[in-house]
Design a protein around this ligand. Structure first.
Ligand code: ADP
Ligand code: TRP
Length: 324
């Protein structure tokens, strides 16, 4: 039986954090054997916010090394960067010509950006369409992402339906895969952890960076001896990512009984994070010393993907009428 297709990507728009890992990358790693997996670096998307050559190219390489260090295995996964697949921008244009401005104006990411700065670049406005092209061009069945990407998946489905209605059945409707327990990992200020809020715990930070971030997690002002509701505490939400079974139950009890200070809870969390990432850190150091290997993996991934979509792009061009 042929495997279903899984596809997802992350923008190289900053340093990968614990929210990215649990919300997205961990799913990629866990599912890489069960699907035909395509994982990429969404560098065209990152250009909507980064217009600096050095920063962009460094970030691209960093995300590639992060993916590999986290356990994506190039034997299982086609790993590539989006900009090596120019057909996604061609397809984006075809989609742009069949959807409307009001349809895109409903996107929450666009509305938030517009609130902050009225002068939004066209790329940012068109972001969901480029993302739809990433997904639809490869006939992806499932797309593992965090909760914040749900609306983008709905855009991809709506765009596929519209294209299929106009030109005939062409695109499969993709499904989002969002795990409830890690859908929204909180940042140190209690909002969703996000590169753009500067409230992250970096996945591959130094011990010092991790300590600094964890020690600044915002809590209420309960004293050490006070009983605390673990479900109301951001530190506890993060413990849940690392502790399971008995260990988690016993921490929960210590919260409820009182006598556990937030400081102690934070120190425990720092240890959990450092222990958890240490094997991945070692792998990352390997790739930092073998960057050529990383670049080759991306090249091979891109060449496989390009081959795979040639026929589909031809069918699309036929349907549209630009092939004569
Ligand atoms: P950021 O908000 O930090 O810029 P991205 O938009 O690049 O993150 O997200 C990359 C992937 O990580 C997406 O699948 C996204 O849903 C997931 N993700 C990002 N932040 C979180 C979070 N705090 N909790 C769960 N998943 C997240
Ligand atoms: N928008 C996604 C994010 O910020 C990145 C992305 C771009 C993506 N294209 C995609 C994710 C296609 C899944 C599928 O995380």
């Amino acid at each position: 039986m042929t495997k279903k297709r899984l596809l997802s990507g992350i923008q190289p728009s900053g340093t990968i954090h614990i929210g990215n890992y649990f919300g997205a990358i961990k799913q990629f790693v866990d599912l890489q054997d069960s699907y035909e997996a395509f994982i990429f670096i969404a560098d065209f998307h990152a250009m909507t916010t980064i217009q600096n050559k050095k920063e962009l190219s460094n970030n691209i390489l960093n995300v590639a090394m992060d993916y590999l260090a986290c356990g994506l295995d190039p034997k299982n996964v086609h790993l590539f960067k989006q900009s090596d697949i120019p057909s996604v921008t061609e397809l984006t244009w075809y989609f742009n010509c069949i959807i409307t401005m009001p349809f895109l104006e409903r996107a929450t990411a666009y509305k938030d950006a517009y609130q902050k700065a009225k002068e939004i670049n066209v790329g940012l406005f068109d972001y969901p369409v480029l993302m739809a092209s990433d997904i639809l061009i490869q006939d992806a069945d499932i797309v593992p992402v965090g909760q914040d990407q749900r609306q983008h998946l709905e855009y991809a489905r709506d765009i596929a339906i519209k294209f299929n209605n106009i030109y005939g059945e062409t695109f499969k409707l993709p499904e989002a895969l969002i795990l409830k327990e890690v859908a929204i990992v909180p940042g140190i200020d209690g909002r969703k952890m996000s590169k753009s809020y500067k409230n992250t715990i970096p996945l591959f930070g130094t011990d010092e960076e991790i300590k600094k971030a964890v020690m600044s997690i915002v809590t209420d002002s309960k004293r050490p001896e006070d009983p605390k509701d673990p479900e109301e505490c951001n530190i506890f939400t993060l413990h849940k990512l690392f502790l399971k079974g008995e260990e988690l139950l016993s921490l929960k009890k210590r919260y409820k009984d009182g006598g556990l200070s937030y400081k102690e809870s934070k120190e425990m969390l720092i240890n959990e994070i450092i222990n958890f990432i240490s094997p991945m850190r070692e792998k990352r150091i390997y790739y930092e010393n073998h960057k050529d290997e990383v670049i080759n993996i991306l090249k091979e991934g891109a060449s496989f993907v390009k081959n795979g979509i040639t026929q589909k792009m031809d069918i699309i061009r036929n349907k549209i009428g630009v092939n004569i």
